[in-house]
Design a protein around this ligand. Structure first.
Ligand code: ADQ
Length: 490
C-alpha cells in the first residue's frame, strides 16, 4: 500500500479553501485567545430566574486562566445550547466569546464528524469510523465560523491557541484571515498512524488545516512522528527535524507536550478532612472489603471497559479474587448518549455487570459496584483515596488524566496503578503495572500481581510515579507549549 498522496490542484470537496479576504485586527483585541469546541463556563439560573455563568471545573481552564487574565485574554467556544445566540461578555477577568451552533450542526459537526468519524478513526478504529459527506460539509462550515470569530477578537500579533480534533481546520482558515497571528494547535487525542489517517476522504484538507499552525502539539512523541511522516509523504512538504517547511518558507513545527493535572490541588483535596470522612463512609457503604479496585472513565468504547469487566468477572468466578473480601468499583460518566455506538456500549456494560454480579455475589453485596453517573471532585478524591488498585486500561487514549489524578491523591504510597500500554500516560508513568488490555489473561495476572505485590515494591513504584506527576504539572504543560510557540518564526 502506498502512503503517498499529492495535494490535488482542484478538488470538488475542497470547501475549506474558498478564497478568503484578510481582516484587520480590532484596535481593542485580545493578545491571547483560546479557541475550543466548548467554552469554559456553564450557565446557571437561580430561583428568581436570574442567569449567571460559572467557570466549569477542569484542568485546562485552571491552567489557562492566569495567562488569560495577565494578557487580556478571550476564549472562543460553543456555550452548549443549540439554536441560540449569546453575546460576548466579561467573566472572571477574561472575555467569553460564544459561537452559535444550530441543532443540525450539533448533529453533523459534533456528534457526526467529530465523534463518529474522527474520534474512532484517531483511536485505532476500535469502532468503525463513519464517513458522510454532509457531516464533512458541516465540519467545514463550523470550523470557518470559529476561525472568523477568533479573527474578530484577536489583537494585532496576538497568540491564538486552538484546541483539539473538532477544530483542525481552524489554524489554516485563521492564518488566511489574519496572517499576523501566532497560531498554536494542541490535539488532546492520539494522532493515528499514517495508514489509518489515509482512510479519511478529506485527509488532505485536515492535514493542510493543521499545518496552518506555527506549532502543532501532540500528547506523545509517537503522535508527532505520525504527523511528520504524513507531511513528508505529501510530495510538497519538506520535513527537517520536527519542522515542516511550507511552500512560502514558513515552518510548522510538531512536538509532544504531554498534558497533565494540577497535582497539588488533587493532593490537597484528598487530604481535606471532609473528603477523608467521605472516603470512610464510602468504605463502610461497600462493606469494608480488604481490597478495593477502582475504574473511573467516561463511558466510551476507547476506555476498554468491556475487556476490563470481563477480566474481573473471570477472576471473581474462578475464585482468584474472593468476592467476600474484594470489591471492584467502576464509575462511568454518561457521555455522547445520542451517538449510537455509545448507547450500545451502555447497554452492554449494564448486561455484563448484571450477569457477573448475579453469578458471583453472596447475599450481602455485589463484587462489582457500578455507577453510571458523574461525581463532584471531592467524591472523586474520596474514591481515589480508598482504591488499593486503580485500573486504567483503555484500548487507546491520548493521555488519560485519571491515572495522574489517582497518583496525586495517593500519598499513602501503597496504592498501585494498573495502566494500559496504549494510554499516552504510559510513556511517562513507567513504574505502573503495565497491561495490554486486549490480553485478558495477561490483564488478570497483572491485576492479581498489583493487589498482592509486597508493600515495599508498591511504595517504590508509587514514589517514582508521584515524583513524575508533581514535577510535570498542567502549568508546566501550558508554559512549555506557549514558550515554544513564542519562539517559532512566521
Ligand atoms: P477524556 O477522554 O475525557 O479526555 P481523561 O483524560 O481520563 O479522558 O479525563 C477524564 C476526566 O473526567 C478526568 O478529569 C476525570 O476525573 C473526569 N471523570 C471521569 N469519570 C468521572 C465521573 N464519573 N465523575 C466525574 N468526573 C469524572 C481527553 C482525551 C484524554 C486526555 C484528555 C486531556 O481522551 O486522553 O487525557 O482529553 O487532554
Amino acid at each position: 500500500m502506498t502512503t503517498e498522496f499529492n495535494p490535488a490542484p482542484t478538488d470538488p470537496e475542497a470547501a475549506a479553501e474558498e478564497p478568503t479576504t484578510p481582516m484587520d485586527a480590532p484596535s481593542d483585541g485580545a493578545s491571547f485567545v483560546v479557541v475550543a469546541n466548548r467554552l469554559p463556563v456553564d450557565r446557571t439560573t437561580d430561583d428568581e430566574g436570574e442567569v449567571s455563568w460559572r467557570t466549569s471545573p477542569g484542568g485546562l481552564v485552571t491552567a489557562l486562566e492566569p495567562v488569560m487574565r495577565r494578557n487580556g485574554g478571550a476564549w472562543v467556544g460553543w456555550h452548549g445550547a443549540p439554536d441560540e445566540k449569546v453575546e460576548a461578555f466579561e467573566h472572571d477577568g477574561f472575555q467569553v466569546v460564544p459561537v452559535p451552533l444550530t441543532a443540525d450542526e450539533v448533529e453533523e459537526y459534533y456528534e457526526g464528524f467529530s465523534n463518529a468519524t474522527l474520534w474512532p478513526l484517531y483511536h485505532d478504529a476500535v469502532a468503525f469510523p463513519e464517513f458522510h459527506r454532509e457531516w464533512w460539509d458541516a465540519y467545514v462550515v463550523v470550523n470557518k465560523r470559529f476561525a472568523e470569530r477568533a479573527a474578530e477578537v484577536a489583537g494585532e500579533g496576538a497568540t491564538v491557541w486552538v484546541q483539539d480534533y473538532q477544530l483542525q481546520l481552524v489554524p489554516q482558515m485563521l492564518r488566511a484571515l489574519r496572517p499576523d497571528l501566532k497560531i498554536g494547535f494542541f490535539l488532546h487525542i492520539p494522532f493515528p498512524p499514517v495508514e489509518l489517517f489515509l482512510q479519511l476522504p478529506w485527509r488532505r484538507q485536515v492535514l493542510e488545516g493543521l499545518l496552518g499552525a506555527d506549532l502543532v502539539g501532540f500528547q506523545t512523541a509517537g503522535g508527532a512522528a505520525n504527523f511528520l511522516r504524513l507531511s513528508r509523504n505529501n510530495a510538497e512538504r519538506k520535513v527537517k527535524g520536527d519542522a515542516v517547511e511550507m511552500p512560502d518558507g514558513r515552518l510548522s513545527r510538531a512536538r509532544a507536550f504531554p498534558i497533565s493535572i494540577d497535582a497539588q490541588s488533587f493532593n490537597d483535596m484528598a487530604n481535606d478532612p471532609e473528603v477523608i470522612k467521605q472516603s470512610e463512609a464510602l468504605l463502610e457503604e461497600i462493606g469494608n472489603p480488604e481490597i478495593v479496585f477502582l475504574g473511573v472513565d467516561r463511558l466510551d468504547y476507547t476506555k476498554g471497559l468491556r475487556q476490563r469487566i470481563r477480566a474481573f468477572g473471570e477472576l471473581f468466578e474462578s475464585g482468584q479474587l474472593d468476592p467476600s473480601k474484594t470489591v471492584f468499583i467502576q464509575v462511568a460518566t454518561p457521555s455522547r448518549e445520542r451517538v449510537e455506538e455509545y448507547r450500545k456500549l451502555r447497554d452492554d456494560i449494564d448486561l455484563l455487570v448484571g450477569r457477573i454480579n448475579s453469578h458471583t455475589a453472596d447475599l450481602g453485596r455485589d463484587p462489582i459496584v457500578y455507577r453510571h453517573a458523574s461525581f463532584g471532585r471531592d467524591m472523586m478524591a474520596a474514591m481515589y483515596r480508598i482504591a488499593d488498585v486503580m485500573v486504567v486500561t483503555p484500548l487507546r487514549d491520548g493521555m488519560n488524566l485519571v491515572a495522574k489524578e489517582y497518583i496525586a491523591c495517593h500519598d499513602d504510597p501503597e496504592g498501585a496503578l494498573v495502566l494500559s500500554e496504549f494510554a499516552g500516560a504510559a510513556h511517562e508513568l513507567k513504574q505502573a503495572y503495565m497491561v495490554n488490555p486486549y490480553d485478558i489473561n495477561g490483564m488478570k495476572d497483572t491485576l492479581l500481581k498489583a493487589a498482592a505485590d509486597s508493600p515495599a515494591n508498591r511504595r517504590r513504584r508509587m514514589r517514582a510515579l508521584r515524583k513524575q506527576v508533581f514535577t510535570h504539572t498542567i502549568d508546566k504543560w501550558a508554559d512549555d507549549f506557549l514558550t515554544e510557540l513564542r519562539g517559532t518564526g512566521h
